[in-house]
Design a protein around this ligand. Sequence first.
Ligand code: AMP
Ligand code: MG
Length: 299
Amino acid sequence: MDTVMTIRYTGEEKLLSECGKIISDLEKKLSVTDKGSLIYALNEKKEPIRDEEVVALVKKSLELSTLTSGMFDPTVYPLVKLWGFTTGEYKVPTEEEIEALLPYIGKDKVSATTDVVTASEGAQIDLGGIAKGYLSDVLRERLIINGVKSALLNLGGNVTAIGDKDGSGWKIGIKNPLGEGYFGIVNVSDEAVVTSGLYERHFVSDGKKYGHIIDPTTGSPVENDLLSVTVVGKSGTECDAFSTALFVMGREKATVFLKEHRIDAVLYTNDGVLYTEGLQGRFSLQPNFSSLPCEVIRW
Ligand code: AMP
Ligand code: MG
């Protein structure tokens, strides 16, 4: 999944290799670049997917796409490719190139029934915005059924905690989107903490920064008043899709969405930090970021 993952737990050592196998098995199903993957076969050869796990995950992705009014959209892959985020051969495409792909974007271009996923002509799927969150839920479950009571999983910025650390919550740092270090800390137990931001995969062209999260309505990398979005909640899968979607929405729409669905999140905007009421007493700015304006989003 093109990232560093760390799994820390107290329990039997053999569980670690089981986790490793879960990770590589899922990667083999979902990778957009691995020629042997199920998603690759669907995208490049129109081969329907019948794998139960992938069918369920695509279904969930389409539901979350509906819930977020299409801001989370697993069909953005043709655009992700066009901008070069798949290969690292980045380029700023022309308006015509972008417009030519927009007709293939949208959740209605993919069908997921109980047992099969198909895509219409030209449509391609990328589960990169939800896969790590989903994986964190699967690993979490595996550890718990094997008796693990305390663990911390960090799947490239998707953090999941099991239980507590020495009787108090886990303190999770949220990365400064503008440089080194962590601007804030959130205290969690048995929850996921998932961040989407511009500082992750991006490139600079003519002094302008282009990030890997695409606004499905424009076909271009998101450009708004948010620098990062961190979502805190029980389901890693949902937190992952929401962090991507909220990042696309921008501050105003994201605030409305968070209130409407009572989702806990921390927004790093270009004029300060906002966090939801549910995180009061659990979120704090780091001392060297204490001058950042900080406001609570009330339900
Ligand atoms: P995340 O880091 O979870 O926000 O996911 C970003 C990744 O999801 C990108 O690298 C793309 O592979 C994919 N992606 C980009 N834009 C979107 C979008 N609007 N909806 C869903 N997935 C996206
Ligand atoms: Mg995501």
